[in-house]
Design a protein around this ligand. Structure first.
Ligand code: NAD
Ligand code: UD1
Length: 345
């Protein structure tokens, strides 16, 4: 029996693979490497001392995916694979709708054909759009404000329809808040291609000297210091949330939705300060205009996940910044450096 992890070479996927292997699960990884490097999977093996099969295929390649299900006894799927850049989704909406929807529907069809009906899906707090109040609970109105978020919203609806059509399915929809941090070893972490869009990877690249200063997007929000407030969650806590969700879907049927966050918000300036303390580096920053589409404040109501999954985020922002810094300073160019060295060698 094995858990199929789609997008397992990616940021959250690789950390979840480590926790699954450490907890004694067998895993099979599928990833097309469009936003990741196979080195991440090598390091998962190094960290856990366990090897596992990996298939570098696209989820939309139905025959190859079916082959994976025929080769292995899969009993549940954790579905991370997808495109996730908000700005890019505004520029190329058709690509986002095509890839995210097609890969998920193909996966579900192949699961159904192979009698595998336990699924965990990576959704996002972005489905809440502009929240009417915080903390945001799972019953808050949905209304994503960009194509990426709308793909998550539509997929959530598809999964509800699927469960409605066949009650033997058991699905957990996990809405992540802002995942940051890295494995404490510093061997795996977030490896954005190009200039990072998200705050913490950007701060980390300023700290390590790859970028010169952080642009703080707006200081006139209605928050404690005028900068945007978010619910940052350590990627290892997030990974552990998937293990709890796995126990839940094994024991129940139907579809359930959970916020995975800490329930606490921190401002941009608080994050810069925390990162300075964790890294011992000065992080130059400059106040700039608001980023289009940003909201003032967003943090999770986590009671449902705490009680129904018996899960709680345990790692605070100091640990998030310390672990990000360890990863960033040990791997200033992410996994790519290694590929370049191999080519030169
Ligand atoms: P990531 O890009 O690091 O990982 C996604 C992985 O999926 C990559 O390795 C990529 O190569 C692979 N992939 C993409 N399309 C594929 C396809 N068609 N077939 C096979 N593999 C494919 O992203 P991540 O940060 O680890 O995010 C994982 C999931 O969580 C995504 O669905 C994302 O939308 C969601 N999510 C992420 C965040 C975040 O801030 N990181 C927040 C909320 C939700
Ligand atoms: C963004 C996405 C969201 C996605 C999430 C994944 C947008 C509008 N939203 O959320 O859909 O699910 O990433 O983690 O892109 N900031 C700066 N300077 C920077 C970068 C960010 O000041 O260089 C600020 C932002 O204004 C925000 C906070 O930092 O207040 C966090 O930003 P970011 O890390 O991009 O996450 P979100 O905007 O919450």
């Amino acid at each position: 029996m094995a858990i199929l992890v789609t997008g397992g070479a990616g940021y959250i996927g690789s950390h979840t693979c480590v926790e699954l292997l450490n907890a004694g699960f067998n895993i099979v990884v599928v990833d097309n490497l469009s936003n990741s490097h196979p080195e991440a999977l090598k390091r998962v093996t190094e960290l856990t001392n366990k090897s596992f099969p990996s298939y570098f295929i696209d989820l939309m390649d139905r025959d190859s995916l079916d082959h994976v299900f025929k080769e292995h006894h899969i009993d549940a799927v954790i579905h991370f694979a997808g495109l996730k850049a908000v700005g890019e989704s505004v520029q190329f909406p058709l690509k986002y709708y095509h890839d995210n929807l097609m890969s998920t529907t193909t996966l579900c069809e192949v699961m159904e054909e192979n009698n595998v009906r336990q699924l965990i899906f990576s959704s996002s707090a972005t489905v809440y759009g502009v929240p009417q109040h915080v903390p945001i609970d799972e019953n808050a109105p949905i209304g994503a404000i960009n194509p990426y978020g709308r793909t998550k919203q539509v997929i959530e609806q598809i999964l509800h329809d699927l469960v409605q059509s066949n009650p033997n399915w058991s699905v957990a929809i996990l809405r992540y808040f802002n995942p940051v941090g890295a494995h404490k070893s510093g061997r795996i972490g977030e490896d954005p291609s190009g200039v990072p869009n998200n705050l913490v990877p950007y701060i980390a690249q300023v700290a390590v000297g790859k970028l010169t200063e952080v642009s703080v997007y707006g200081k006139d929000y209605d928050t404690l210091d005028g900068t945007g407030v978010r619910d940052y969650i350590h990627v290892v806590d997030l990974a552990l949330g998937h293990l709890k969700a796995l126990l839940k879907i094994r024991a129940t049927q139907g579809v359930c939705t959970y916020n995975l966050g800490t329930g606490q918000g921190f401002s941009v300036l608080e994050m810069i300060q925390a990162f300075q303390e964790a890294s011992g580096r000065t992080i130059p920053y400059r106040i700039s205009n608001r980023r289009q589409g940003d909201i003032a404040t967003c943090y999770a109501e986590t009671t449902k996940a705490n009680t129904e999954l018996n899960w709680i985020a345990e790692r605070g922002i100091e640990e998030m910044c310390r672990d990000t810094w360890r990863w960033q300073s040990m791997n200033p160019n992410g996994y790519r450096e290694l590929a370049t060295l191999a080519q030169k060698g």
